[in-house]
Design a protein around this ligand. Structure first.
Ligand SMILES: Cc1cc2nc3c(=O)[nH]c(=O)nc-3n(C[C@H](O)[C@H](O)[C@H](O)COP(=O)(O)O)c2cc1C
Length: 335
């Protein structure tokens, strides 16, 4: 028996659900081609960060694309001139063009922006390049004591709505898990126009270096243990929100991908394992998933998807609070 590994994500028909997420491994054409060779059915490019874009370049694009009078964030009185037109993040656009021309799989571009003007502008530029999808990577630490959770949520929703209005390409939104009401937030992101939710963004925690007494960025790659948070929310959201679900964080082995699919993921994304081991990690995970499905009598990924979501399991509370008490009370000290 062969297992039908196809899946749909952002309206794209994909040969399998295991794909690279945004990271340096999708940041140049050679790595991209190696990933496609290893079986990647689609690619998410690294994010284009608004901070990487020169302010002037943005202003020029902004005036040209949207019309200064047409948008509240437009610099007032700005008159675009084609003479000093600057395409801005040229390297990124070149990567998009090469990936689209050579990769033979759908290419999803990623944007990380702060102002809604910046997001809208570059969403349009990338859509014009013909990307197959856009991922908005929203990374915000709500450190402002004057800003309530409702304010933060509204800012996310406005951003998604604004980009949704500006472009027709399928839109995925990558968020972190730190919302007081994740399920409601997921539903509202879908209503705001997200076709897919990528859960979860992995925030990097700064460390304190005791020798320099400085605060240092500290990038540690993930382990499979971090998948649990993602599993819980995939399982809760599957069948309850009108978006596709992409799992990111903690996918290292075939079994991790199996769990994500059973919980309800439409696609399963990898970064840390690819950074550590190269493209073969993607093949291994894909084969692990296929092998498990075959051994356990599944005909397709679609048949397995969500079969252990909260709506499908016999004890739905396992994904909520009752698990908490059971877990704590069942722990026995080893000494
Ligand atoms: C070095 C590095 C760079 C990354 N760059 C981006 C990025 O540009 N945009 C983005 O949305 N996520 C980025 N990520 C996050 C990954 O796409 C992924 O969501 C995260 O690492 C969790 O998946 P993993 O456990 O497979 O690593 C990056 C991760 C790493 C390790």
């Amino acid at each position: 028996m062969t297992v039908d590994m196809t899946t749909r994500y952002l309206g794209l028909e994909l040969a399998s659900p295991i794909m690279p997420s945004a990271s340096p491994v999708t940041g140049d054409i050679d790595h991209i081609l190696a990933l496609v060779e290893a079986g990647a059915p689609a690619i998410v490019l690294p994010s284009l960060f608004e901070e990487q874009i020169e302010h002037d370049a943005m202003a020029v694009h902004f005036g040209l694309e949207l019309g200064a009078e047409g948008f509240s964030e437009a610099p007032s009185g700005y008159l675009p001139s084609l003479n000093n037109y600057n395409t801005g993040p040229e390297e990124y656009l070149k990567l998009v063009q090469r990936a689209r021309a050579e990769a033979r799989v759908p290419v999803i571009a990623s944007l990380n922006g702060v102002s809604s003007g910046g997001w809208t502008l570059y969403a349009r530029v990338l859509a014009d390049e013909g990307v197959d999808g856009l991922e908005l990577n929203i990374y915000k630490i709500a450190a402002d004591v004057e800003m309530s959770s409702a304010d933060v949520e509204l800012a996310y929703l406005r951003l998604v709505e604004t980009v949704r209005k500006a472009v027709d390409v399928p839109l995925a939104v990558k968020v972190g898990p730190y919302f007081s009401a994740m399920a409601s937030m997921a539903r509202r992101l879908a209503e705001a126009g997200a076709d897919g939710l990528v859960i979860f963004n992995r925030f990097y925690q700064p460390d304190i270096d005791l020798s320099t007494l400085g605060v240092t960025p500290n990038l540690t790659l993930s382990t499979s243990a971090e998948l649990r948070l993602v599993l819980r929310w995939l399982a809760i959201l599957h069948g309850r929100v009108e978006t596709d679900l992409a799992a990111t964080t903690g996918i290292h082995q075939g079994d991790d991908a199996v769990k994500a699919i059973l919980a309800g993921a439409d696609v399963v994304m990898m970064a840390s394992a690819l950074l550590r081991q190269g493209p073969k990690a993607l093949t291994t995970v894909q084969q692990g998933l296929e092998g498990w499905l075959e051994e356990n009598g599944y005909e397709s990924v679609a048949q397995a998807r969500g079969s252990l979501s909260q709506r499908s399991v016999s004890d739905p509370s396992a994904f909520e609070r009752s698990n908490y008490m059971k877990t704590l009370t069942s722990y026995v000290p080893s000494w």
